[in-house]
Design a protein. Structure first.
Length: 369
């Protein structure tokens, strides 16, 4: 015999459904609060978008509340992932929180749950795309110096622990290992900084070479309108012949009537981007130097305190493993992927490189010794 809910004329929910719905209710309530917290830290359209998502999450909360009816019971705690997102939203940059929210929205359980309405399922899918766009904007706002910082620290960790273990494998003393580690730190940090500076500076110079000459813009009034050389400029930039002709005529019209407008100031392209990249060269180089040095410093900490080669190597591996998990998790977070997967992948790559170098050090030590 099927038990029914007399008020709704529907089968009464099972204990498993009630448990699941209560958890959905708790998660939706927490997610609404998280989006409101994120909205407080943003301005303009982004703030309004986050507030709209919070309103939608509140509607979802009401849906599960109404569905539970008298079975609502005492409020449950949100699941661990939702609580972690709330913590990130309160204490860290919205970029990290949005990256986590993107992952959560993409893994919505409603897609496989027949108890969730089609509207809620569709809402969650759209939320995933909205959050993806907001998270992408946040990642793009991160300067080159931040990117250099994360990858610089990771490079310092992997290269110097590999160097330290390789030298240790050859059978040298702790003092020699420490000296080698410090040399590797300085050489690697300077190399990374120089490479980052040249990379960013070259990019700025490339953009500068592509920026129109401002003097050419000043000569526009002297052009022969009938020949319309200006149309050739627009065609060279990718416009069709008709589009270029029309755009050039609009520029001439604006100049003759005194209605000069930035829309027709077609010779002003790319200056702001070039200036921005040029000013960031030193910042990126400095961040790369400091973060590579910070990462490379970790493997030599045990030897600074005078540990013997073998226990020092074990301590260095433990410290480096923890740091690799952190940098890998951050990389995964910013890329919108599962932080745990990226963290352990980073760990495997780093320890793999260190292991290969150690084996080579042992072989060379045996041959030379």
């Amino acid at each position: 015999m099927t038990v029914t809910d007399d008020s709704a004329g529907q089968p009464a929910p099972s204990r498993e459904q009630i448990r699941r719905w209560r958890q959905y209710l708790a998660n939706e309530r927490a997610e609404a609060a998280t989006y409101r917290e994120l909205a407080k830290k943003r301005e303009g359209d982004e703030r309004e978008i986050l507030e709209k998502i919070a309103e939608a999450e509140s509607r979802h909360e009401k849906y599960w509340h109404d569905k539970l009816g008298p079975e609502v019971g005492m409020p449950l705690k949100p699941d661990l992932h939702t609580r972690f997102m709330s913590f990130m939203a309160r204490h860290f940059s919205p970029v990290f929180a949005l990256a986590l929210m993107q992952t959560a929205e993409q893994r919505s359980p409603y897609l496989k749950d027949a108890d969730a309405s089609d509207e809620i399922t569709a809402d969650e899918a759209m939320h995933a795309e909205v959050v993806r766009a907001l998270a992408t904007q946040g990642r793009e706002k991160l300067s080159g110096s931040f990117r250099a910082a994360v990858f610089g620290a990771n490079d310092g960790l992997v290269s110097n622990v590999a160097l330290v273990l390789g030298v240790m494998g050859s059978g040298v003393s702790s003092n020699y290992i420490l000296l080698t580690g410090i040399s590797g730190l300085l050489a690697g940090a300077l190399s990374m900084a120089a490479g980052e500076y040249i990379s960013v500076k070259s990019q700025a110079e490339l953009l500068d070479a592509s920026t129109p000459d401002p003097e050419a813009r000043d000569l526009l009034p002297k052009l022969d309108v009938n020949e319309n050389e200006l149309a050739l400029v627009y065609r060279a930039r990718g416009m069709s012949a008709e589009e270029a002709e029309t755009h050039a005529n609009n520029v001439f019209w604006a100049m003759m009537t005194g209605h000069q407008h930035h829309h027709y100031d077609g010779l002003k392209v790319g200056e702001e981007e070039a200036d921005g990249d040029a000013s960031g060269a030193w910042a990126a180089a400095s961040a790369s130097f400091v973060c590579f040095a910070a990462g490379a410093f970790i493997p030599i900490i045990p030897f600074i305190f005078g540990l013997d080669p073998r226990p020092g190597a074990i301590a260095a591996l433990v410290l480096v493993s923890m740091a690799l998990l952190i940098t890998g998790g951050i990389t995964g977070l910013l890329s919108g992927k599962k932080p745990a997967v990226r963290a352990f992948r980073q760990l495997a790559i780093g320890l793999g490189a260190a292991g290969v170098t150690y084996v080579l050090g042992v072989l060379f030590g045996t041959v030379i010794g």
